[in-house]
Write a protein that binds this ligand. Structure first.
Ligand code: UT7
Length: 327
């Protein structure tokens, strides 16, 4: 349970960064047996951003973090920690988080990566909240950043048209609360994984093979798990604090496929008017998709202070989870 104290981890800043290069679905028609129509109708994706040559995950993460700092009106020296969710860190080690720490000019505190693939940002939020509630940090930068274009097999039409690059960041700050669901901040979390399903979504390289490898996915299988597990984890996170889905202002889902997003909303009994959707413009950016959607949702005027939000994600592992927060 997470309401052990009346301290809350409250969002005080948000920002994002998308690489300049935008690739429309039609561009894939030249090299693959695919079509804009297929990609749009099966996934909801219309375009995605790809990082420039030499542009790394920590570069994208640094820009998103700088945008979040500007939004909060803070300097990086005000941060105690950076928690960065990614599966595409620049190098095997050190963490991309320590690179962002250096880029921001932050010489104190600590930084580390969290690797839970598309569920990474949910895991990072839960970890950052735990650091705050246990008194180990007062202000934590939580980032989701990915360059999945680096692990695409460009001959596999079943995967390479689905993913994109980007980064989003939130700053969480310890603030006093009353302990009720009226408090701003993270109110509930629910984390799950089941390694028996590790072979339906994975990268076929790494330290063991001494190469980076490419993403491999049994799309239909992942899809089947996604709708069922996402609705269940959202409902579990809500039930931990005695809430139900009809009390939610916004669902901010992982942006993998519009059919998964709408199927999950339907299971939760929520209309699409209460779902933040960015998949058409970003594709699946893995751990970056939720903070990107939160940042874009705020910029669009959808998400406002005081709104009740449930955010959920599933990805390789399988790993999945949900966070309930009041913005
Ligand atoms: O973020 C982490 C989690 N990842 C996900 O959530 C992704 C989950 N899965 C999905 O989103 C969907 O399963 C996909 C979008 C990947 C695929 O959609 P689908 O409706 O499940 O299609 P499918 O894999 O069953 O493929 C249907 C057909 C196949 O042809 P046959 O065997 O019926 O002749 C595929 O070969 O579509 C074909 N196909 C394509 N056709 C044109 C697969 N990819 C493409 C493509 N263009 N890019």
């Amino acid at each position: 349970m997470n309401t052990v104290s009346h301290s809350r981890a409250v969002v005080i800043g948000v920002g994002h960064y998308l690489p300049e290069r935008v690739v429309e679905n039609a561009e894939f028609e030249a090299s693959l047996d695919t079509s804009d129509e297929w990609i749009r109708s099966r996934s909801g994706i219309e375009r995605r951003h790809f990082a420039a040559e030499g542009e790394t995950t920590s570069d994208l993460a640094t820009k998103a973090a700088q945008a979040a700092l500007a939004d909060a009106g803070l300097d990086a020296t005000a941060l105690d920690a950076i928690v960065l969710a990614t599966s595409t860190a620049d190098m095997t080690f050190p963490s991309a988080a320590t690179m962002v720490q250096a880029n921001l000019g932050m010489t104190k505190g600590f930084a580390f990566d969290v690797q839970a693939v598309c569920a990474g940002f949910i895991y990072a939020l839960a970890n950052a909240q735990a650091l705050i509630l246990s008194g180990q940090a007062r202000r934590v930068m939580v980032i989701g950043a990915e360059t999945f274009s680096r692990i695409m097999d460009w001959t596999d039409r079943g995967t390479c048209v689905l993913f994109g690059d980007g980064a989003g960041a939130l700053i969480l700050e310890a603030q006093p609360g009353t302990g009720s669901n009226d408090d701003r901040g993270i109110l509930s979390t629910d984390l799950n994984s089941d390694g028996r399903h590790r072979d339906i979504l994975y990268v076929d390289g790494g330290v063991a093979t001494q190469n980076t490898g490419f993403l491999r996915m049994q799309g239909k299988e992942v899809f089947r798990h996604a709708v069922e597990k996402l609705a269940a984890t959202a409902e579990t996170a809500l039930s931990k604090i005695g809430m139900s889905a009809d009390e939610i202002d916004w669902v901010v889902p992982h942006q993998a496929n519009i059919r998964i997003i709408s199927g999950t909303a339907r299971k939760l009994g929520l209309p699409m008017e209460r779902v933040v959707v960015t998949v058409q413009d970003h594709g699946n950016t893995s751990a970056a998709s939720i903070p990107l959607a939160l940042s874009v949702g705020k910029a669009r005027g959808q998400i406002r202070q005081g709104d009740m939000i449930v955010t959920e994600a599933i990805g390789g592992g399988l790993a999945w989870g949900a966070v309930v927060l009041r913005w």
